[in-house]
Design a protein around this ligand. Sequence first.
Ligand SMILES: N=c1c2ncn([C@@H]3O[C@H](COP(=O)(O)OP(=O)(O)OP(=O)(O)O)[C@@H](O)[C@H]3O)c2ncn1[C@@H]1O[C@H](COP(=O)(O)O)[C@@H](O)[C@H]1O
Length: 112
Amino acid sequence: MTDGTLTRLAEVLDARKAADPQDSYVAGLHAAGLDRILRKLGEECTETVVAAKNGASQDIVYETADLWFHSLVMLSHCGLGPAEVLGELERRFGLSGLEEKAARSGKDEGGQ
Ligand SMILES: N=c1c2ncn([C@@H]3O[C@H](COP(=O)(O)OP(=O)(O)OP(=O)(O)O)[C@@H](O)[C@H]3O)c2ncn1[C@@H]1O[C@H](COP(=O)(O)O)[C@@H](O)[C@H]1O
């Protein structure tokens, strides 16, 4: 999946907000609401963890695709999309996780 795939998929997911739930899995999720979407997201997260623990590459890819897909549905439902998440990852690019954590704890100690 490239950035282009994420963008194209996100456009479909946004358009499904106006679709009939009888005809579309995604429209059904939007219609059912945020709690239903979050429950699916939690399930897919657990299934991804189990697949990774078991170590079969094909299963890990399959379950991660389900997890990414349901994450995109959640973002769409919240009025967001992959551009915002990719923008945040881009912003973090080259910033060591350890340095970022140290900067954060410095702020915490300063009461900010
Ligand atoms: N990429 C996906 C995609 N990945 C996974 N899924 C669905 O996500 C669900 C995964 O849930 P489970 O594995 O738990 O299966 P399940 O038991 O049937 O699910 P539930 O009944 O518990 O909800 C399945 O129904 C899959 O078919 C997806 N459904 C749709 N898409 C994309 O979204 C587009 C729009 O889909 P529709 O809105 O259905 O037209 C499609 O053209 C695809 O590009």
